[in-house]
Structures are given as structure tokens and as C-alpha cells.
Design a protein around this ligand. Sequence first.
Ligand code: ADP
Ligand code: MG
Length: 284
Amino acid sequence: APGEESPAATVLLGRYELGDLLGRGASAKVYRARDLLTGRSVAVKSFPNPRAAGGGGAEEGRRPVAIEREAAILRHLRHRHVVRLHEILATRKKVHFILDLAAGGELFSLVDASGRMTEDLARHYFRQLISAVRYCHARGVFHRDIKPENLLLDEAGELKVADFGLGAVADGNLRHTLCGTPAYVAPEILSRKGYDPAKVDIWSCGVVLFVLAAGYLPFNDASLVNMYRKIYAGKFRCPSWFSPALRDLLRRVLDPNPDARIDADGIAGHPWFCHGAGDEELAR
Ligand code: ADP
Ligand code: MG
């Protein structure tokens, strides 16, 4: 039921009829909506309008520049495995992104009772993730917050990378912004010496792959400080059921030295990644 979160019969621009709340992040709420013009379902990501007089102050939502950056990045991307932006609407109080609906929910809804998936299924989705990451990196766009909550599925079960809220555009400089989510953050971010955002994305893809196939995090501890120590040391143990090829790939992806770490093209050529794939699937 829409309830308080979504006032019944809210229709944006006379066109998008808001429905249930699908999810929420740090700064936005995401609703299912119906496009009354086409009859299709869409997703609406709503931010408090930072330009609203009196409301939407800095603590409440994101700064205008951050919303504009996310919009600019999304407008730039058109890929089978990246959530597409249709348009942006601003009302007095809110800014709404009209997005492709990822009706299949989060990727992690597909894990089994033990919290993991088979290596073959993990490879299937990891290929889709890397295809999106290669595309973004080739266009000079970095996500910087790759983690399970931002990997969604559409109706047909295809992976869609969502939430470029921490995205960055290439300018040849190293980055210093501390960002990401603790368990998925690369060691060079922790050392605060500046980092290459492409390498940071690759690291978090490695953490995602480990989690999918293992059912638990590669670097974890009840204490955040201890977790960061483990990430910094880059030491992790693969569960007994991982194949030798998967272990080898993970060692290369979760390499604490960013200069030695494999890149997206390298991953795409790795034997574990290529295993059993027809040319058609790899060409995606
Ligand atoms: P934030 O930038 O605040 O983290 P997100 O873009 O990550 O917001 O969206 C928050 C949550 O809403 C996601 O984790 C996901 O569960 C859901 N969501 C986001 N975009 C979509 C979409 N296009 N279709 C379906 N659900 C979505
Ligand atoms: Mg998010």
C-alpha cells in the first residue's frame, strides 16, 4: 500500500502516477510508477529539491551539484546493463529522476538458503556486471559505489547497475574523496594517498563476486577498524568449494596493490570469466 510514503494519486506532470516505495538510499526514495502516456511501469527516484526555499537543506538531502552530476552521468550512459534515465522533473519540493524500472529487485534475492549462488550463476551475473563496468570505464565514467544494493534485475532477469550518486567522470587526476561502502572499499582509498577510480570499481566488483559465490564477505570483522586492517592487508581465504580458476581471478582482482590489479579488459580475458561462453555472450 502506498501509505504515507507515497501520497495516493500523486501524478507527476499529469503523466507519472506514483505507486509503492521500492527502496530508499541515503538521499533518495525510489517509487514504482506508471507512465500514463505509454502504460509502462517506470521507477521514480525522488530527492528533496535542494533549491527549495526553506526545505531540503544540506543535511536533509544532496547538494544541487551532486544531483546534477548523477543526472549528467546517467544521460551519458546507454547500455543493456545500466539503468536508463528517461527524464528529470523538478517540482517545488522535489527532483524526480524517471528511470527504467528494475522490476526483478536486487541481485541478492537470487542467492540460495546458504546465502550464495553456484559458480556458474555467479559467472553469468558477473559477466553482465563487467560488461557494464567496461562500458562505463571506456566512456570515462566511474561508479565508485558498486555493491549488492546497487545491482538490480529487470523483468527479464537481466542485471542493471543502478545508483551513480557517487559517480565520477575522468579528468586524468587521482581522486581523494573518501567514498563507497566499508566492506566494498578498496585499500588505496583507505590510505588516502589518492586513487584511480577505475581500480576502485574493479576491487568492489571482486568483493561482489566473492560474496555471490561464497555467501559471505571476503573482508569482515565486527570492528570496523579490524575490517579496514584486513582490507588494507588484502588477505582473504577462499571457501573450499571455489574452483582453482575462480581463486586465481579473485587474487588478481582483490590485489591490494592497485598498480598490479587486473583491469576490466583483463577480467574479460580471464579463463574463469570465459569458461563455457559462446562468442555471442562474450561480445556483449
Ligand atoms: P541512493 O542514491 O539514495 O542510494 P539508489 O539509487 O541506490 O538511491 O536507490 C535506492 C534503492 O531503491 C536501491 O537500492 C533499490 O533497491 C531501489 N531502486 C533504485 N533504482 C531502482 C530502479 N530503477 N528500479 C527498481 N528499484 C530501484
Ligand atoms: Mg544506493
